[in-house]
Design a protein. Structure first.
Length: 334
């Protein structure tokens, strides 16, 4: 127990370091851009009428204080971290005066739901089919599935999203291709709203699953193909243990641990794919919000989304790291 506590503390320290470095990079990159949020806001406010110089001066001073741009670079940096620690990223430029945290709170559940469902489905289906293909190597159906998985896996997320958009939105229009739910549907935990959300999520989820399932399939099939040649598997077969028990208790269980490590490493790429997929389907998640913020030059919203995304992905990786020694007792936690 003490060894696991030490292991957990090390992973927590790594988590804190990754989050700190990631948020700092987001801060530095956004501050290095040529876009000045204050001047952009002033220009937008004074574009349709004459404004006195004193009013413009007062507006500029108020905006600089509002966006934490007053004082030296160090004081701006300290003020930024004060806001981050309490979850206050200031008001949004593109939706002024709505707070950035409110916009993120509206969009985050959509992305979390999309990523959770698609990642779990791709991981489960890919590993299950890959394990079966590695163990039953003469099965023709599984061979065809392997060829299809290897063919689909290299396709970028956005290409798959566009293909599904064209097929199911125009050639065979049976599914909604935009939005998160049907307009005018009563919001709440009612059957109509839940069904609408599920229907609108089919294409975004499917595009992520179809691309992601190939990697898990190929990886698990390779691992299982190596494990079935081990002595303990041969002994189990000679002892008359059923093939189903051998596959589940001896082969798949040992092959799953490296795949869990791969899951932690793939979360970042899955999140990037979700951003593009949301934009293609007009899904009301973090990806769509981020693209809109970049196009509008919404400095505060970009920093807020980047910071929340870094924390969310890091937390997911941390959870997998903490669960890994419990899944594989061979891993040393000291």
């Amino acid at each position: 127990m003490q060894a696991y506590a030490t292991y957990a503390l090390k992973r927590l320290a790594q988590f804190a370091l990754v989050v700190f470095i990631g948020i700092n990079l987001a801060y530095l990159i956004t501050h290095a851009t040529p876009i000045d949020p204050v001047e952009q806001t002033v220009s937008a406010a004074t574009a349709f009428g004459n404004t006195s110089p004193d009013a413009i001066r007062m507006m500029r001073a108020s905006l600089r204080e509002l966006y934490g741009l007053e004082g030296s670079p160090w004081s701006q940096y300290v003020a930024f971290w004060r806001r981050v620690l309490i979850g206050d990223f200031g008001p949004s430029l593109s939706a002024f005066p709505t707070p950035v945290s409110a916009l993120i709170a509206q969009a985050l559940p959509w992305t979390v739901g999309l990523l959770t469902v698609s990642t779990c489905l791709a991981f489960a289906l890919g590993n299950l089919l890959g394990g079966l293909a590695g163990y039953f190597r003469d099965n023709r159906i599984l061979k065809v599935a392997g060829i299809a998985a290897m063919a689909v896996h290299p396709i970028p997320y956005y290409i798959m999203a566009f293909v599904m958009l064209i097929v199911f939105g125009y050639l065979w229009p049976v599914l909604p291709i935009s939005g998160g739910y049907r307009i005018n549907t009563p919001w709440g935990w009612n059957a109509a709203f839940v069904l609408s959300v599920a229907t609108h999520a089919i294409l975004p989820v499917a595009s992520l699953v179809l691309v992601g399932i190939g990697g898990w399939f190929v990886g698990m099939r390779s691992l299982v193909s190596n494990i079935v040649t081990e002595d303990y598997v041969t002994y189990a077969e000679l002892a008359g243990v059923s093939r189903g028990r051998i596959l589940g208790a001896y082969v798949m269980r040992n092959a799953l641990a490296p795949q869990v490590t791969g899951l932690a490493m793939s979360l970042g790429s899955v999140f990037n794919g979700a951003i593009i997929t949301e934009q293609v389907f007009g899904y009301p998640g973090i990806g769509t919000l981020l693209i809109q913020a970049v196009h509008a030059g919404d400095y505060s919203l970009v920093v807020g989304i980047a910071s929340i995304s870094i924390v969310a992905v890091s937390v997911a990786v941390l959870i997998i790291d903490l669960l890994y020694p419990l899944l594989d007792p061979r891993v040393k936690v000291s």
